[in-house]
Design a protein around this ligand. Structure first.
Ligand code: GLN
Length: 190
């Protein structure tokens, strides 16, 4: 049974933990550096990336988590989590930090603000033939993806699901659709 952490400082982490448990993972809510020990993988949830970045620093988690990711720990980042995994953040706070685990530049809130949140049926060949119901909430757009990045899905020609090695980054909230395939893909790489 893989031991999968879910970063639980702020945001939409609880439903990720439920989905991962339903798929047979042992899940751990990560709030401090001590919670990283023995993890096989981690989820960075949606929420507010500026707030999560601040809390990662004040909790002392930023550097140890960065070391885990640099060491190749499998990670799934969704929405704000995608922003945290990026190499460059546009329209962020000047002091906002990111891990650079996926060589993408993202622009915050570029699909619109809360009122512009939407759901769409996404073609994701890596998940098989059926469309994936993807929920976007004040989502970031990917403005640039480096050569090492696999784009697994797009909306209107813009990347919304990216993979680089053990890191998966989604602009949407897969934990909110009743479709477990993206979490299964993540666990298959653990
Ligand atoms: N707009 C948020 C941010 O920039 C992300 C929104 C989300 O995670 N649903 O952090």
């Amino acid at each position: 049974m893989p031991k999968v952490g879910v970063l639980a400082l702020q945001g939409a982490w609880a439903r990720h933990a439920e989905v991962l448990s339903a798929l047979g993972a042992h899940t751990v809510a990560v709030r401090g550096a001590q919670d990283l020990s023995g993890l096989d993988a981690i989820v960075l949830p949606g929420g507010e990336s500026t707030t999560i970045s601040m809390l990662l620093e004040s909790s002392g988690l930023f550097d140890p988590l960065a070391a885990c990711l640099a060491g190749g720990m499998a990670v799934l980042g969704t929405c704000a989590g995608m922003i945290l995994l990026a190499a460059e953040v546009m329209d962020g706070r000047p002091d906002q930090r990111c891990f650079g685990a996926v060589d993408i530049a993202v622009r915050r809130n570029a699909f619109g603000r809360q009122v512009d949140s939407f759901e769409t049926e996404l073609a994701v060949p890596a998940l098989g033939t059926g469309a994936f119901p993807a929920v976007f909430i004040s989502a970031p757009t990917v403005e640039r993806a480096g050569a090492a990045v696999d784009v697994l899905a797009e909306v209107d020609g813009r990347a919304v699901l990216c993979r680089q090695g053990p890191a998966l980054a989604a602009a949407f909230h897969p934990e909110l659709s009743h479709d477990l395939r993206l979490h299964e893909l993540f666990l298959a790489g653990v």
